[in-house]
Design a protein around this ligand. Structure first.
Ligand SMILES: *Cc1c(COP(=O)(O)O)cnc(C)c1O
Length: 482
């Protein structure tokens, strides 16, 4: 960089800005997604290591021809796959500035460090979670946030049992037991395995017919484990499951956790921001009682990837889980909160807070709440369209902004219906006009459309269903031909 004349950079930066503006402005006119194609894939995969460099001014054009024509598709108003949002434009701009400033947001007295404290507080305020300084940190995503939260839970449980888990590990202490459901995201199991808890001791608590944690069954499971001499310590509940957007009965789970002295962790990766919509806020009652809440600004908030966030009730507990700085050496700057590396796994850390700051600064709380409400309204509308459609049937109630549904052609066996639904997402995707993904609910194949983009229109929803019907017609015809 130091060798690059400043005017070179300015010209390339302007060219890049134009490219990005055209890209974002033209998203809706392009196919949602298309296969990269053999030739382009080979070019990307086998690109040789360049011996000599190219001038900066050549790179925007290369970016525009070699990379940008082959996007994942999120960003398009008819992308409904998984939980991947369109990037907030303010966040896109902030990404460039953050890279230019290029701090390590580890600690010290620079803007990025203070800004992270502020945006973590903003996030807590947005979702109505109590916040004391230090009681939260930005992460790469909810997978990492979950590791931090479960580690803090494990630390507390061990300490209460008179055990120093950081020094002695888990061997020798009464076995810890955690609880989740079959609808809980796999990141909870990954974290449990990584932390040495063992996936066998992450119990799968039954759910009701709509995928909500069954609190009576949880109570029985905890009692049975105690009777065995095991140490129940954590319940992982969901504020918006990835399959259907179901929100667990958080208040009732929080009651049980309080009675039993269990750590309540809530996975709000996808759904936590749904609490901003007054129409569905009641479903989230009790979320504010959690000991930890993991959530993803890079999902419903539209902050460009990556940005997750771990919020905890007890800042000192999180610090005690990760800090390797003896208390007498702790940096007392910035209110004595110390370095972010004392609260998590990362040492050198990116300037994530700038894109969060920009995204929230641009839309404000009211704009964000309006976008969220728009998405849940679109989801309810899509749910109604599915119900009215003789070829389609709902697979779960619409609680937040995910719509799970199935295609059901008359006269096909259950097996064939399942096969059609399994093949449907890829068939819809290949057509290029809408992008939807699938899942399995109660052992049966289903499609799920996740609404995260406030620019999506009612007409886009009609297109989605028309595409599903058209793709299904071909698959059904194949089945009937045998
Ligand atoms: C996306 C998601 C996760 C995982 O979060 P990452 O940011 O991908 O690490 C966990 N839980 C739910 C409900 C999710 O939607």
């Amino acid at each position: 960089m130091s060798e690059t004349p400043r005017e070179d950079f300015r010209a390339a930066a302007h060219a890049t800005a134009d490219l990005v503006a055209d890209y974002l402005g033209g998203v809706a006119e392009r196919p949602v997604w298309q296969p990269t194609g053999e030739a382009a894939r080979e070019r990307l995969l086998t690109a040789p290591l360049p011996a000599a460099g190219r001038p900066l001014e050549e790179l925007p054009a290369a970016l525009s021809t070699e990379v940008m024509p082959y996007p994942m598709g999120n960003g398009h108003p008819r992308f409904f796959g998984w939980v991947n949002s369109a990037p907030a434009p303010a966040g896109v701009l902030a990404t460039l500035a953050a890279a230019a400033i290029n701090p390590s947001s580890a600690g010290g007295d620079h803007a990025d460090v203070h800004l992270e404290r502020a945006v973590v507080r903003w996030i807590a305020e947005l979702v109505g979670f109590p916040h004391e300084p230090g009681a939260g940190i930005l992460t790469s995503g909810t997978s990492m946030a979950t590791i931090l939260c479960l580690a803090a839970a494990r630390e507390r449980a061990a300490r209460r049992a008179g055990w120093d888990v950081r020094a002695d590990g888990l061997a020798g202490m009464p076995p810890l037991v955690a609880y989740a459901t079959g609808e809980t995201h796999s990141c909870v199991r990954k974290a449990a395995e990584l932390l040495g808890l063992g996936s066998r001791r992450l119990r799968t608590v039954p759910t009701d017919a709509d995928g909500h944690l069954d609190v009576a069954a949880l109570r029985r499971a905890v009692a049975a484990d105690r009777a065995e001499g095991l140490l129940p310590f954590l319940v992982a509940a969901s504020a918006g499951t990835v399959n259907t957007g179901a929100v667990d009965p958080l208040d009732a789970v929080a009651d049980l956790c309080a009675e039993e002295g269990l750590w309540l962790h809530v996975d709000g990766a996808y759904g936590a921001f749904g609490v901003l919509d007054p129409e569905i806020a009641h479903r989230y009652a009790g979320m504010e009682r959690a000991d930890s809440l993991a959530l993803d600004p890079h999902k419903w908030l539209g902050v460009p990837v990556d940005c997750g966030c771990a919020l905890v009730r007890d800042a000192a507990g999180l610090r005690a889980t990760f800090s390797l700085v003896p208390p007498y050496l702790r940096d007392e700057q910035a209110g004595g909160l110390g370095w972010f590396s004392e609260y998590g796994m990362e040492q050198t850390r990116p300037f994530r807070s700038l894109k969060v700051w920009a995204t929230i600064a641009h839309r404000g709380r009211d704009g964000i709440a309006a976008d969220i409400a728009r998405c849940t309204a679109l989801a309810r509308h899509l749910g109604a369209l599915v119900e009215q459609d003789p070829e389609l049937e709902p697979a779960a109630p619409v609680e937040t902004s995910i719509v799970a549904f199935r295609h059901r052609a008359p006269g096909l066996s259950d097996e064939d219906v399942d096969a059609v639904n399994r093949d449907l997402p890829a068939a819809v995707q290949r057509r290029g006009r809408a992008f939807v993904t699938g899942t399995v609910l109660d052992g049966r194949e289903a499609l799920r459309a996740c609404l995260l983009n406030a620019a999506t229109t009612e007409q886009d929803l009609e297109v989605l269903l028309a595409e599903v019907r058209a793709a299904a017609a071909e698959l059904v015809a194949e089945r009937r031909r045998g």
